[in-house]
Ligand binder design. Structure first.
Ligand code: MG
Length: 176
């Protein structure tokens, strides 16, 4: 093992994270398909963009593991739910899931910290900030959907707004 090569423990943790990011992608694609079928095309679009972002997160970890001489090993992606009672229900599930992802990222950070792997900590810093944003966004959507309640016109307007969301390549992937 050369000096700059990633440790087997961190390699395992990052491989598990790659799987978690793909599971997230699959979860959000499932939500997009559910809301497409429900006629809420704006909410569906929002989750489709989220699906792309999660794939990008996995790719960032893939590129990083490769850059450190590690070996990416893809694992099976577990099944995801397919039905949600409402958009509020889906965004509450999103927040709960993103809180779990935050804990996973923090867990990898703790390993990198114990190993004095400063490069991995540096790479993870972007994800730490990203998770703050993911949770804040989900909480904001929950607040808005609680205000909307069963007001059809307000839900229609929200769908129109969410239909305008576009995908932006995350900074660590831009130019790759
Ligand atoms: Mg993610």
């Amino acid at each position: 093992m050369t000096l700059n090569m990633i440790s087997p423990k961190l390699q395992d943790a990052i491989n598990a994270q790659i799987n978690a990011e793909y599971w997230s992608a699959y979860l959000y694609l499932s939500m997009a398909m559910h809301f497409e079928a429900e006629g809420q095309s704006g909410v569906a679009n929002w989750f489709r963009i989220q699906f792309k972002e999660e794939q990008a997160h996995a790719e960032i970890f893939i590129n990083y593991l490769n850059s450190r001489g590690g070996r990416v090993m893809l694992q099976a992606i577990d099944a995801v739910p397919t039905e949600w009672a409402s958009a509020l229900d889906a965004f509450e599930a999103t927040l709960a899931h993103e809180e779990k992802v935050t804990a996973l990222i923090n867990g990898i950070y703790a390993i990198a910290d114990a190993e004095h792997d400063y490069a991995t900590k540096g790479r993870l810093d972007w994800f730490v900030a990203e998770q703050v944003e993911e949770e804040e966004t989900a909480r904001g959507m929950i607040d808005r959907l609680k205000l909307i309640g069963d007001n059809g016109l307000a839900l229609y307007t929200l769908n129109q707004e969410l239909a305008t969301r576009v995908y932006n390549v995350p900074a660590p992937l831009a130019g790759k």
